[in-house]
Design a protein around this ligand. Sequence first.
Ligand SMILES: *Cc1c(COP(=O)(O)O)cnc(C)c1O
Length: 385
Amino acid sequence: MQLDEFATAALRELEAGHLLRRPRSIDTSQGPEVEIEGRSVLCLCSNNYLGFANHPRFGLAVSEALERCGYGACASRHVSGSMRVHVELESRIASFLKRARGLFFATGYNANLGTLQALSGPRTLLLSDALNHASLIDGCRLGGGTTRVYRHLDVEHVETLLRAERARHDAALIVTESLFSMDGDVAPLAALRGLCDRYDAALMVDDSHAVGAMGAHGVGLATGAEVRADVITGTFGKAFGASGAFVAGSDPVVRLIENRARCYIFSTAPSPVVPAAALAAFELVEAADDRRAALRERARTLRDGLRHLGFQVPASDTHIIPVLLGAPDRAMEMSRQLFERGVFVHGIRPPTVPEGTSRLRVVAMATHSAEHISRALGAFGELVR
Ligand SMILES: *Cc1c(COP(=O)(O)O)cnc(C)c1O
């Protein structure tokens, strides 16, 4: 069969490049330790930064919403109406991020796709960081504007592009992650804001890895006076330990997204239990200064320890700690050897990261104990010897 042949050939090619993906199956909830194939292993690769994913508060919120609203949302909100819990969550998003409006999406991938598609037209200039997440890349493609990719974190490059191209476009949008998902470094958001003000451009910040985990009360990195992001997207799937995502911005911006984002309009709204859980997560996250402090401390110990062992760990000071290895087979082999030693950390390969920069993406969690961290470093240490 023609399609099977196509698929088989494509899979063979991925396998030959050590790029075939096969997720492991986990038999417990997401915590600092998880059970895989009958073994308890230490988890170093989850985005459950604050450790809330298995918090009992979710059970209460979900069962209460289930009783009140049932399970299915049954259509797009434009078709069968917004259930109250979705609207309630959106006011919470807006007040948390100090923006006029928030809009709830099923996933962060969709939030970025829909936002960029809705906010750009043929005469829009989109300036996109070279290491932006796939959902931002795809969103830029979908909008039909002109996309220019600037060197990672390079403000001068952004300015060069604006100087050369801004006048030929009706609008310009700088698109960046705040805390970069695979590199753990942080965009120069204040400097990008300065360029926006000087060149009449807008700033869109994907705060997925920082919201909840960083900033006062977990507000993230995009709301400060020196940043003033015009559009903020983020997920509830990481530090919030929940599911779903958001965009926040001014009233006209969010209303336009609501009216134009095809992945929002032509898709059934998430079950009411999903926004109910996100609302519960807000309560957990806002009160979690202790967990954010623990997260920073665990990350620092891990990073310093890995550097001390001689691993190539780029300079930055966040909870995402890349261990650069180069070739994809090297990353996968090291992941395998760590798993044998009871440590679960998956290899990250192209196209998630550029060619030649395959890595282990080591992630700290607030709920890692000091013993977990030293066990992790012990396993890495054995690989060095
Ligand atoms: C994880 C991630 C997303 C997608 O969010 P989901 O809710 O998982 O779909 C978007 N942007 C960045 C930078 C991410 O890391």
